[in-house]
Design a binder for this molecule. Structure first.
Ligand code: PEP
Ligand code: MN
Length: 337
């Protein structure tokens, strides 16, 4: 249920409604917009008695939210969520770039890739230190040593770091080094993990599971938001279909659909969708045209030697040329890159 307050509502009015909700066992999530304050009443739907609030002079209207996700829905918040990370904005008119290798493989490569993607206009550095690998015998990531390489690269380039957290047991170490925590496709429905990152005061990139519907993605985002963390960035990275030529099928419809259903920023990861370096640029262009708020691109200085996802990784100079061309696509849809 959403309680929309009149423009003159005071802090005292808000507090009183919050108390009433608590009294009937519901949590109040408050969204202070420019025009008006909205209170989301979350909890057991049977306790949602609209008449308790409808008559109050300070209440403009009370709405039942029909979708199963509440806090992340456009009904709850009309304006786009803009996430500020060290002054860089995700979800505004500028399209943000996350770039870096699939896995952090060492200090030198991170510094070299970091320097080059920073020069090409990346706003954030990406790189996995804890890697979700299909085979237990494949490279699993450098763990804390990898996080240290990311931190050193951040210091040198000024680029904030996004890196994956796979297990609640690693949350402290990952949160110590990361500016943004990534939840990978394979963990999109790891509800314990979602609950834990929901308690953090750090933005989260939530990647769509490879067999997840858009509604399931939004329900997972709701898990995070319901714990208090509303700084969530959704990421379309391709879904599994009968097609095998591409690694995944890039769901371009996810951008306009998500932008209509949720206020959260939505970014695209064409690298994992494509699985092939040559397909990254057309998919990135399609994502921008369809309304993506950012791109996450895998870049490696020696893709042929990469310990993971080499075939889909772009060489730094290819990345640079791609970004130059994509600027025109962004401009065509009224955005900047
Ligand atoms: C990654 O970003 O390197 C990754 C493992 O992505 P996904 O979870 O989308 O497969
Ligand atoms: Mn990867």
């Amino acid at each position: 249920m959403i309680i929309v307050l009149r423009a003159h509502a005071s802090e005292e009015d808000i507090r009183r409604i919050e108390e009433t909700l608590k009294g009937i066992g519901l949590a109040a999530h408050i969204s202070r917009g420019v025009e008006r304050t909205i209170i989301g009443a979350i909890g057991d739907e049977r306790k949602l008695v609209t008449d308790l609030f409808e008559g109050l002079p300070v209440v403009e209207k009370v709405l039942r939210v029909l979708s199963p996700y509440k806090l992340v829905s456009r009904d709850f918040q009309k304006e786009d969520t803009v996430i500020d990370v060290n002054g860089k904005k995700i979800g505004g008119s500028a399209i943000v770039l996350f770039a870096g290798p699939c896995s952090v493989e060492g200090r030198e490569m991170m510094l070299e890739i970091g320097d080059s993607v920073a020069r090409s206009g990346a706003a954030f550095l990406r790189g996995g230190a804890f890697k979700p690998r299909t085979s237990p015998y494949a490279f699993q990531g450098l763990k804390e040593e990898g996080l240290k390489c990311l931190a050193e690269t951040r210091e040198r380039t000024g680029l904030p770091v996004a890196t994956e957290l796979m297990d609640p047991r690693d949350i402290d170490v990952v949160a110590r080094y990361a500016d943004i925590i990534q939840i990978g496709a394979r963990n999109m429905q790891n509800f314990r993990l979602l609950t834990e990152v929901g308690k953090l005061d750090k933005p989260v990139i939530l990647k769509r599971g490879m067999s997840a519907t858009i509604q399931e993605l939004l329900m997972s985002a709701e898990y995070i938001a319901s714990e208090g963390n509303r700084n969530i960035i959704l990421c379309e990275r391709g879904i599994r279909t009968f097609e095998t030529i591409t690694r995944n099928t890039f769901d371009v419809s996810a951008f306009p659909v998500l932008k209509s259903l949720t206020h959260l920023p939505v970014i695209a990861d064409p690298s994992h969708a494509a699985g092939k370096a040559s397909l990254v640029e057309p998919l990135a262009a399609a994502a921008i045209a369809a309304g993506a708020d950012g791109l996450m691109i895998e870049v490696h200085n020696h893709p042929e030697k990469a310990l993971s996802d080499g075939p889909q990784s772009l060489r730094p100079e290819v990345f640079e040329r791609m970004i130059a061309r994509l600027k025109n696509v962004a401009e065509a849809v009224g955005r900047t890159l």
